[in-house]
Design a protein around this ligand. Sequence first.
Ligand SMILES: [Zn+2]
Length: 469
Amino acid sequence: MSKVKKAFFCQHCGYESVKWIGQCPSCNQWNSFVEEIIQKETEKNNGWENYHASNEKTNRTVLLHEIKSSEEKRILTSDEEMNRVLGGGIVPGSIILVAGEPGIGKSTLFLQNGLRLADRKVLYISGEESEQQIKMRADRLLKDVSSPATKNFYLLTETSTQIIFQEIKKLKPDIVIIDSIQTLHTPFIDSSPGSISQIRECAAEFQRFAKETNTPVFLIGHITKEGSIAGPKILEHMVDTVLQFEGDRHYAYRILRTLKNRYGSTSELGIYEMTDSGMRAVTNPSEILITQKEDQLSGIAIAATIEGIRPLLIEIQALVTQSVYGTPQRTVSGFDLRRLQLLLAVLEKRGGFHFGVKDVFINIAGGLKIEDPSIDLAVLCALLSSFEDKPLPHHTCFAGEVGLSGEIRAVNRIDQRIAEAEKLGFEKIIVSKYNLPAGRQSQKGIAKQKFNIEVVTMGQVEELYRYLF
Ligand SMILES: [Zn+2]
């Protein structure tokens, strides 16, 4: 009896339905459902186990205290940024999704890291490029690395998971990198590569493989600018770790961000610079992200933020001009638009600044996207500076959140922020008065006792304005 199982999938978010529907109940897209065959008539629908016949491993109940609590032995790459983003190296048996826009450099980064894992057997599976293309790219990346580094690097240009698993069984790699998950197809499902059901099933096969053999697997997946193409998105809950590789194609800097990590902290960040010979890790990002000029311009403020576990000083640029059209414009790059509107409302109400007739532009230098609320204060000061057309004082940076009533609120890990500002040669940092560095109760004591940088504490936006201008 032939029995083919079919289902409808939203091509936007991956929502599954037994019948066709016009509007997706999950993401509200219209006309996004496509029918896909999810299971052909086969005895056993299991890609990895079909080639992996041994079934000796049976699960029994065990006493918790009998389980050896072994510290996970992580695989360290030569790339410090990557190790940190992964929470301290690659966990054996983990499955890691690497999402990013096409052409941003995901392949370069992972090819480069694979090539440099000299003591591990790495299998790089590409469905995107030919062997010749990858060889050319590898030669370019390895200009500065001696050749023995690559002796354990294997390449497979294949898209069928059936053939891939046959090869994996022969080779027994230590690490598998798949570029990309959208090009794979499993013979057990009848829809085309890149469709929702194919992506889901191929990822599931690699997940079983990773868990059974304790081999880490990297799945590279493409997403669009809106970050909403169905493919990789639906995998987020299946995998252990989700890394996002982002950045503007026109800038040299790229950011590798942790969105989910079962084995470490999320919101971790690695910064790379794209060069001719691959991705170069940027170990001291604050230095490149701020341009300290002697004659300071108006509208520029430096924020002391924390990304992941790392303090980061960034430059905020604001431009406030007379609006020429009826509706004033608010344009942001790297900052939340609603947050800007809120700050403008606070300034309007508490300080009497009439931004209602002004166009306002906010830009975070270097193409970064910052979500840390502590940059509020720097954004606010950049706005005021541009509004007044007066530069802010030299060598001064800011760390504080701004509340609706115009109060400057405390932010976490203030000591780290102050220390980073001090390290980079700032002379003054302005923080919330509710944010006295740990353990110090008197304002006078902070700067002299602990830091060589002057720490100025402020309670209200008005007070700050009087202080700065
Ligand atoms: Zn949907």
